[in-house]
Write a protein that binds this ligand. Sequence first.
Ligand code: EPZ
Length: 440
Amino acid sequence: MTKLLTIQGGKPLQGSVRVRGAKNLVPKAMVASLLGSSPSQLRNVPEIKDVEIVTNLLTIHGVKVEADVDTGDLTLDPSQMRTAEHSEIDAHAGDSRIPILFCGPLMHRNGEAFIPDLGGCRIGDRPIDYHLEVLRTFGAVVDKQATGIHITAPKGLKGAKLELPYPSVGTTEQVLLTAVLADGITELKNAAVEPEIHDLIAILQQMGAIITVNTDRTIRIEGVERLGGYKHRAIPDRIESASWASAALVTRGDIYVQGAAQRDLSAFLNTYRKIGGEFEVDDGGIRFWHAGGQLEPLVLETDVHPGFMTDWQQPMVVALTQAHGVSIVHETVYENRFGFTEPLRRMGASIQLHRECLGSNPCRFGQRNFLHSAVISGPAELQGADIDVPDLRGGFSHLIAALAASGTSRVTGIEIIDRGYEHFMDKLHALGADVELTER
Ligand code: EPZ
């Protein structure tokens, strides 16, 4: 049975939605609990597929996970931790990339780790070369097998001097989760400093780690003998917040995002204002609405934090199809992150993709045959279409395009959206969307 979402477009989305803990922090915080010698508590946890996957992976490793989905509280007790069978890990990894972050904690606790072939959204080939390189530098032995990678630490894990070729979020997390219990000091240059990284550092500090973040993006970790548990409220999901904000713009609506935090959305809010959106911040969240005039085109470049985040790009591209004039988007984080524009063109959007770097940000993809710049002409009248969702963020963008389009859209593959948007069907209904979910 597959789910079919039928959308009647043309209605402004109006109302309020609640955003809880960040999809790109919560699973990492759950993995961090493995490092502790006592239980941890994580609050503000969303009910999303990625949390379910990590819960299952922790459970097969003997961690006791108790969830209260109403309050969003999770307790994690690693005291009975054990080694899991490779087949069990493979069966539970789903299409998540999170298993790669189990390496450090499992090597510290069990002396070994097994990583099945990784999944994740198809937005580039998503290599793990940086991860394996830093693990080897800590003293790990990486054995590539047919079904995945077996990693051991025969001589233990020692602090290392590291420099990343690119400020990779996942690799920075890999280093943090390995260095905190390694023997000696680790220095990581060119680290990622996203809000989710700072939140993971706060969690590790609560557990007993000693971590310093310098202004030049160098992170210094002093290895300690043991770590305790943590009690932490996860930061809100700045990608989901920006997604609903973009939905308000695209459908000419008005959405209050309860839980949205201005401090993590600064670059997005500047862009939102420049395109012609309005927003109002209060202690409980942020109200986003279409100001009623025409939307303005702009030149947009994605970058690592504190730049405009690559995951904010997809819903903003949909908004730019409605702007009066020509906009340019230069995607500098992933080489293949405009695949989602194909259905938008079928709906009537005017979007051309180019291999050139159409922007001033330094970029690894120039002249390497990657279509990583987009030229968008608007406003374009969007018509409903049949859509199969390609990935998480592109998929959400298809939903808001269909909600703005005139006529009917039939969307399949929406299960992937459950990975990062908690109860999104309930939220669409709460916002007055004319949507129907059927099984076929
Ligand atoms: C995290 O992915 C997020 N996912 C992504 O969100 C986010 O877009 C990305 O960081 C950038 O902010 C999670 O946190 C689960 P990276 P991650 O390592 O860690 C290259 C979403 O929809 N690279 O910072 O995998 C890589 O190819 C997702 O929520 C290597 O070359 O991203 C990319 O070009 C999408 N080798 C760049 O670095 C490596 O070993 C950034 O990747 C690792 C990365």
